[in-house]
Design a protein around this ligand. Structure first.
Ligand SMILES: Cc1ncc(COP(=O)(O)O)c(C=O)c1O
Length: 485
């Protein structure tokens, strides 16, 4: 019956329509596929409701008599009258003696926020995902996660099923401490680890803690991740752009801002330029923090993925009293999990934990703890590192082949790279032309105007391996339509 229903259009006479014109009535295809399952009258109800809500049938339209609709649809008249009465009861239809059944609901009553949305015109999503930001979502370790959830749910004491502790679950904090010492050369105890939902959340919390200490501005790498600048500003603090070059943050520029006592950096892999903070600058930055009684916020977002050597250890491990380490699972597992952490000196921790209701769900924390304990997280990272390494090599090789005159940089680590553009090609024009690609304009990460910012940021975390060649050819086409010779 579903086939018959989906194949037949519902003939609806528009009102007011003179008798003579009813033959010009229009067809509205009932989307019964979307209402699959369940008895026929329920599917018909759902399909009609959907047609009304999406305004394929408008208020005032006259529906065919139940007998002829049933004949058209090859179903019993009972099914049609059931569907009509249900929709009359819900207020979508109205029946008046002698004038048939009409659509009553216009969607215009009630506050705008409650009205049914007019469907947006269909736009094909970009075919190739080169946006920086996402890890390989296909590689999410479903089995390891499912096993971890299952075993934690089976083992958890009922006493732990209340509200999450503001600092996070003690087992996860212990396991994270061991992981951070081992893998990121962090120097910490579980006492200094606070669970949060993301780096974004971490920065939001830190802004309040800093403001409580009288800090009113944070130095931000220029260029840098726009979202964190927005978070800082919406917390009422000022953002001070500090330029970066091929060795990372220009630490000496901090002296141009007397009174500045906090700076946000991505030392292991500058976002978005992809450079590494040079060793002498790491030392100089920590010196600056000590001399100003300041604090360095270290965003360690994708440091695990380093391809030419072992990942660079954290700054936090070099001065745990002056550096706050921020990290989430967004780049290693999935942003869908909403798990992150902050490693901070004791003086900040009370502030960081003063947010009831914002800790990640207890069972998710325990599942991640289970993965850490079983070695599954380390295994996942090892596999991902190899996978990204191969993909990066393939992408860089394709770019060299298709676009031999363009310069690629920032490839030693992470899951994105920067493609510099020649003067005759404007990155904004490429963005407009690149309809089949999701990518980022380097300029978008700049807080100030910089003519040298003409470039693209290409992420390869979530790019499917077989699509690398086609993605680069699509990029070359976009560059050509933007003026590349
Ligand atoms: C520079 C940078 N830091 C941190 C993150 C992770 O942010 P969150 O944990 O808020 O998802 C990202 C993710 O795209 C990023 O690009």
């Amino acid at each position: 019956m579903a086939t018959t229903l989906s194949a037949i259009g519902l003939l609806v006479a528009s009102n007011p329509v003179p008798e003579s014109q009813t033959n010009q009535a229009w067809d509205v295809l009932l989307d019964v596929q979307a209402a699959r399952g369940g008895p026929l009258h329920e599917r018909l109800t759902a399909a009609l409701r959907e047609a009304i809500r999406t305004r394929r049938i408008a208020a005032g339209d006259l529906l065919p008599p139940s007998r002829s609709l049933a004949a058209d649809l090859g179903c019993s008249r009972w099914a049609v009258t059931e569907a009509f009465s249900q929709l009359i009861a819900e207020g979508y239809l109205e029946a008046r003696t002698g004038s048939g059944t009409r659509v009553r609901w216009s969607g215009d009553d009630g506050p705008a926020s409650e009205r049914a949305p007019v469907p947006a015109p269909h736009v094909d999503p970009p075919q190739f995902d080169l946006a920086p930001g996402l890890p390989d979502l296909r590689a999410f370790p479903r089995r390891a996660w499912a096993n971890a959830v299952q075993s934690q749910v089976g083992a958890v004491a009922f006493t732990e099923l209340g509200h999450p502790l503001p600092e996070g679950h003690p087992r996860l904090r212990e396991l994270l401490t061991a992981y951070l010492r081992r893998s990121r050369q962090a120097v910490t105890t579980a006492q200094n680890v606070t669970l949060c939902s993301s780096v974004t959340d971490a920065v939001r919390r830190l802004c309040r803690a800093l403001a409580a200490e009288g800090i009113t501005a944070i130095g931000c790498e220029e260029p840098g991740w726009t979202r964190l600048r927005t978070v800082i500003r919406s917390a009422g603090l000022e953002t001070v752009p500090i330029r970066t070059d091929e060795h990372g943050l220009r630490v000496t520029d901090l002296a141009d801002h007397p009174g500045l006592r906090a700076v946000l950096v991505t030392p292991a892999h500058q976002f978005p330029r992809g450079t590494v903070l040079a060793p002498e600058r790491r030392a100089a930055l920590l010196r600056w923090a000590r001399e100003t009684d300041g604090v360095v916020l270290e965003d360690d977002y994708d440091a695990e993925f380093r391809y030419d050597r072992r990942p660079i250890g954290t700054l936090q491990g070099m001065d745990p009293a002056r550096v706050v380490l921020l990290k989430s699972l967004s780049k290693t597992l999935s942003p869908a999990l909403g798990i992150g952490w902050i490693v901070a000196p004791q003086r900040w921790t009370a502030h960081l934990r003063a947010y009831p209701g914002t800790a990640p769900p207890v069972l998710d924390q325990l599942a991640f703890a289970g993965m850490l304990q079983a070695g599954d997280y380390d295994r996942h990272l090892r596999r991902l590192r190899q996978r990204y390494h191969r993909r990066r090599d393939a992408l860089v090789a394709e770019i060299h082949r298709a676009l031999p005159d363009l310069r690629v940089s920032g490839i030693a680590a992470g899951i994105h790279l920067v493609l510099r553009l020649p003067d005759q090609v404007d990155s904004a024009d490429v963005m407009t032309a690149a309809v089949s690609l999701r990518l980022a304009d380097l300029r978008g990460y700049h807080a100030t105007d910089d003519p040298a910012a003409n470039g693209l940021v290409l992420g390869y975390g979530n790019l499917a391996d077989p699509a690398v060649g086609d993605a680069v050819r699509a990029l070359r086409d976009a560059l050509r339509s933007a003026g590349l010779r």
